[in-house]
Each structure stands twice: as C-alpha cells, then as structure tokens.
Design a protein around this ligand. Structure first.
Ligand SMILES: O=C(O)CCC(=O)C(=O)O
Ligand SMILES: [Mn+2]
Length: 201
C-alpha cells in the first residue's frame, strides 16, 4: 500500500513477516553478528551514532572520519561481511521486482534512546534502484518527507513491517524519531533491528 498519496513510490507492507518468520530471521542475524559484530560508527565530524551497525552482503555501509561509503570488509575485524540471508533476497525480489539482487544490507540496532536523524540514502551508485527496509522488535516512529521541500509526517513501523523507497520517493528524507520501548517481545532486552537492503554498486 501507499500510505501517503502525496509521496508516490513510498510503499508499506504492514506485518509482512509473521511472528515465526521474524524469530527465525532474528536467529540468523544473531549468528551472523557473532562473525561481524555490531559496532558504533562515528559521523565524518566524529560524533558517535546512537545506533550500532553491522552489514550483510558483498558491500557494507560504513561511516567514519573519512566519510560515508560502502566497503567489502568489517572495519573492526577486516573480514568480509556475512552473506545476505535468502529470506531477505526473496523479499527483495518479490516486493521490489527489481531485476538485480541487493548487494548490501545494513543492520541497525536501536536500543532505548537510539534514533536516526532525517537524511537521504544517496551513497549508492544507482539512485534509481529501490531501498527495502525490514523492521524487527520494538515499534519505531519513522518520519518521512519528500526529497526537496515539503512537510514530513510520521508512521509507526512495527515488528515485521516492511517498507520501500522507490521511484519518486527514492530520495525521500527519512529518519527515526524514537522507539516505543516495550512494544515488542521479540528481542530479549528490548530494542529494534532495522535491515536496509540496497544495491550499492
Ligand atoms: O531504522 C530505520 O527504519 C531507518 C534506517 C535508515 O534510514 C538507514 O539506515 O539509512
Ligand atoms: Mn536511510
């Protein structure tokens, strides 16, 4: 569905992953994170992010003093990122219909007070390829507005919800205002994981 008719290209599939699928995806993420541990990146200005990150895929999004970029290895371990789980590749094929598979999947972990400021995803080579986002765990207040001028509005993203930025909404400004702590029991200790699939190269 398109929840905001004045933001064509922003698609939303509430509850796309049922509870058992969420739990098995979370188990796959946990296994992968043992090899590619979550870490706290800093902005190019040196400010720590409030989310912790890791990646799946041939390329992973990283940020440090040198800037934002995609790279094939984990900045801490130097090892390649773990492969993107097939369930996510299938979701991309089914929901986006894009002819090429994603080569990058950013993993964001939000604990209670974490947030993400309003930004555009624009570090990818082809800014026409869609961005697909999967939410697990506590509900987040997601904010989105058009690429240029125009009002932002919010949408609650709950565990199992999937959304996509495509076409005219590909460069929409978006971010996470806050979490609704305690809204999901999926993750031990609470919090939220967001998976963002992209074609980086
Ligand atoms: O956590 C989210 O839902 C958004 C994540 C995001 O926008 C990003 O990683 O670029
Ligand atoms: Mn983003």
């Amino acid at each position: 569905m398109e929840p905001f008719p004045d933001l064509p290209g922003f698609h939303y599939w509430p509850g796309r992953l049922h509870e058992a699928a969420q739990a098995s995806l979370l188990a796959e993420i946990d296994t992968a994170l043992a090899m590619a541990p979550l870490y706290r990146p800093v902005t190019p200005g040196g400010k720590p992010f409030s989310v912790r990150m890791s990646n799946f895929g041939a390329l992973g999004w990283v940020s440090d003093r040198a800037g934002y970029r995609y790279q094939p290895t984990h900045p801490g371990t130097g090892a390649p990122w773990p492969p993107i789980p097939p369930v996510l590749l299938n979701l991309w094929a089914e929901l986006t219909g894009w002819p090429r598979p994603p080569d990058a999947c950013l993993i964001n972990l939000y604990r209670e007070d974490a947030r993400m400021g309003l930004h555009q995803d624009r570090d990818e080579a082809d800014l026409c390829a869609p961005v697909l986002s999967v939410s697990l765990g506590d509900t987040a207040v997601f904010r989105i507005g058009p690429a240029g001028k125009g009002p932002t509005r919010s949408l609650k993203l709950a565990s199992g919800d999937v959304c996509a930025l495509t076409g005219p909404a590909r460069l929409a400004r978006h971010g996470i205002d806050r979490l609704l702590a305690g809204s999901s029991r999926l993750m031990p200790g609470g919090g939220r994981i967001n998976l963002t699939l992209r074609q980086a190269a």
